[in-house]
Ligand binder design. Structure first.
Ligand code: FES
Length: 281
């Protein structure tokens, strides 16, 4: 039996060098963090906002700004599914096909969209407008089946509403997220993910009725949150008192050592119990 290996698509094609303005923004993102490398994720989003995907030039630029290897950057860029190696259309349409959405109609929506757009999974329409992909749970199960357009929620979809949405987007009409602002292009959304606000965060409803059912029931019943926060606060005060009036940490040190010894004793007890259990087996 012989095996063939299909290498993943390479970052190819003719790319123009990133502009000085983009380099300046990459440096500005890195400078937001005590360790510049922490800025790599938003930097890659910035690359996508300019290039439409993560290009070799984008990888080299991030590596140069952060003084790390291109392999380090590439390892991150190829790990997360939000970073794309192939060009993405103006609208990245993701249909959730995880369990709840799937049984509520997600599978059917994806199939209908494939037929309607004449694309397969992770493919872009001929006009470059829509890239279709199936996605994992977006923590919006209370609105299943869910579709995402450029990471904005389109809740409680049907095959008909999903087709209408992509048709409107391709026709250049305004389409609004069900819990957010008017949909922008993928590149614009990527710029927001890079940390450059479009000041639309407060546009549209933040939480819909389905997410607030628990709160409504709690209010109706007079339920309140457990007093964990208050206990933590009083525990903190006790700890501060234990430090002593002179501000020394001797009492705190003794407390810590006592806790370590107790932990050791607990572990030994668990170990003994475990060993006994094994012997009894
Ligand atoms: S299963 Fe689709 S959002 Fe959770």
């Amino acid at each position: 039996m012989s095996f063939t290996y299909d290498p993943p698509p390479r970052f190819t094609e003719n790319q123009t060098p990133l502009s000085e303005e983009t380099y300046a923004e990459l440096r500005a993102i890195a400078a937001r963090y005590p360790e510049g490398r922490s800025g790599l994720l938003p930097m890659l989003h910035l690359v996508q906002s300019v290039e439409g995907r993560v290009t070799p030039e984008g990888i080299e630029a991030c590596a140069e700004v952060l003084d790390i290897s291109a392999a380090d950057v590439s390892g991150v860029a190829t790990f997360y599914t939000m970073y794309k190696r192939k060009p993405v259309g103006d609208y990245l349409v993701g249909v959730c096909t995880n369990t709840l959405c799937a049984v509520m109609g997600g599978d059917l929506i994806l199939e209908r969209l494939k037929d309607h757009l004449e694309v397969g999974n992770d493919e872009t329409t001929a006009d470059g407008k829509v890239t279709l992909e199936h996605i994992e749970c977006n923590a919006a199960c209370d609105y299943a089946p869910v579709m995402m357009v450029n990471w904005e929620f389109m809740d409680n979809q049907t095959p008909e509403s999903a087709i209408q949405a992509v048709d409107d987007l391709r026709a250049g009409k305004d389409v609004h997220s069900t819990r957010g602002p008017k949909l922008c292009t993928w590149k614009q959304a990527e710029r927001v993910l890079a940390g450059y606000s479009d000041n639309l965060a407060d546009e549209g409803p933040a939480a819909g009725p389905s997410s607030l059912v628990g709160l409504a029931i709690a209010r109706e019943k007079g339920w309140t949150a457990p007093e964990g926060a208050a206990r933590a606060q009083s525990g903190n005060s006790a700890g501060q008192a234990a430090r002593g009036a002179d501000g020394s940490h001797e009492a705190e040190r003794q407390d810590t050592e006592g806790a370590i010894h107790r932990s050791d004793a607990d572990l030994k007890h668990e170990d003994d119990t475990h060993t006994k259990g094994e012997k009894n087996d």
